[in-house]
Design a protein around this ligand. Structure first.
Ligand code: MG
Length: 384
């Protein structure tokens, strides 16, 4: 079996969220948006699919890197192909990102699963067939009845508990919110949510990512007293030493790194230097499912949990195959957004949640996405 064709379909979708000048997501007016599907096809008629941002799969990247590495190769040689792409990143002029690696590698996994008629999480070595979810809020805003006040967070937390979520993570206010960031307001929001959900419900905080050490310490102490379960990314993660200092000075578990570059190497540094108590990996952040598994296993070797950043098919596959992660991150959630609405390019959601807050692992072969190929065909913007 050889890879015969690699192509990208860019298509129109509809979105009701917008991004602010820091890149954070908020509710917005309904508008046209775009998505891209990478398709890998073999000489014996098998295909694999993965979705990504059109910019990560633009023609230059497809032609100069993915096609050059993939065409003519056996798609089952995932590690070989991934290593070839990862080695090319250094000399790619920053054009070949971890995100691109992730989408390309996920399409290989999807192809393998479809060919073998097995879900990817089973191919990885299944551990569980469902995973509890935590509700992950959008960042705070200045919208009336949105997430503008500590009381708004408290009210929304009550809704999330009623919906079935098994834990809640707050993203509090960050610039460009006019008065943000504010340690005092972050603590007030965390206190309002603790008040709303009671003393035993697991809560986590992911605050402004550019606090100083003293601000991060003050905030960490505040949520530690409120019985929060983890403290995530309050400072720039490229300073491992700052996190080592924070972890040494607080009792609350520090989780990370999430966005720091360097894949498993960076996670190893954080664990080795005691900069975190819980490791962190997202398939899109570290270049795919394979590197995510390496990191989860690395953490497991230190009796450390490795919580998974973000949702979607790839992250769900990893969660189905590891035991040292407690939750699936479901979101981002906001009072004005119906997260259960199915995206037009899928026939059903990848992460439906029952009333007890559990997400079943997909039973479809491959990554398990229920792709609406008809919608995509009807809404093509370009192919390359
Ligand atoms: Mg985060």
């Amino acid at each position: 079996m050889k890879i015969e064709q690699v192509s990208v379909t860019v298509f129109k979708t509809t979105s009701n969220t917008v991004h602010d000048t820091d890149g954070h997501t908020h509710p917005g007016p309904e508008h046209d948006s775009t998505n891209a599907m990478l398709t890998i096809t073999t000489d014996d008629g098998h295909s694999g699919y993965a979705f990504g941002q059109p910019e990560s799969l633009r023609p230059y990247v497809l032609e100069n890197f993915i096609k050059k590495v993939f065409l003519g190769e056996d798609p089952m040689d995932r590690e070989k192909l991934w290593q070839a792409l990862a080695r090319w990143q250094r000399g790619s002029g920053a054009n070949l990102t971890d995100r691109t690696l992730a989408v390309a590698e996920m399409a290989l996994w999807d192809l393998a699963g479809r060919k073998l008629e097995t879900p990817v999480w089973k191919l990885l070595g299944g551990y569980r067939d469902s995973v509890p979810a935590y509700g992950s809020t959008m960042c705070g805003d200045e919208m009336k009845d949105g997430l503008a006040t500590p009381e708004d967070y408290g009210k929304f937390a009550e809704w999330m508990v009623n919906r079935g979520y098994r834990a809640i993570k707050l993203h509090t206010w960050m610039p460009p919110v006019s008065w943000a960031p504010s340690v005092k307001m972050d603590i007030k929001a965390c206190a309002a949510v603790r008040e709303a959900v009671g003393p035993d419900f697991p809560l986590m905080l992911d605050a402004n990512h550019w606090y100083s050490r003293t601000e991060a310490f003050e905030l960490g102490k505040g949520i530690q007293e409120l019985g929060y379960y983890w403290f995530e990314e309050p400072m720039d993660e490229h300073s491992t030493e700052s996190y080592r200092w924070l972890a040494a000075n607080l009792e609350i578990p520090i989780l990370g790194p999430e966005y720091a570059y360097g894949k498993f190497h960076t996670r190893a540094e954080w664990i080795a230097t005691k900069a975190c108590d819980i490791s962190r990996v997202g398939v899109a952040d570290v270049g795919g499912i394979g590197p995510s598994m390496k990191i989860a296993h690395l953490a497991e070797s230190f009796n450390m949990d490795c919580e998974i950043h973000g949702g979607g098919a790839g992250n769900l596959a990893v969660l189905g195959a590891i035991h040292n992660a407690r939750w699936y991150e479901r979101g981002l959630l906001h009072p004005f957004v119906d997260f259960d609405e199915v995206p037009e390019y899928l026939n059903s959601p990848i992460d439906p949640m029952d009333d007890d807050g559990n997400i079943p692992l997909p039973t479809r072969p491959g990554l398990g996405e229920d792709i609406n190929f008809g919608y995509i065909a009807d809404n093509v913007i370009s192919t390359h």
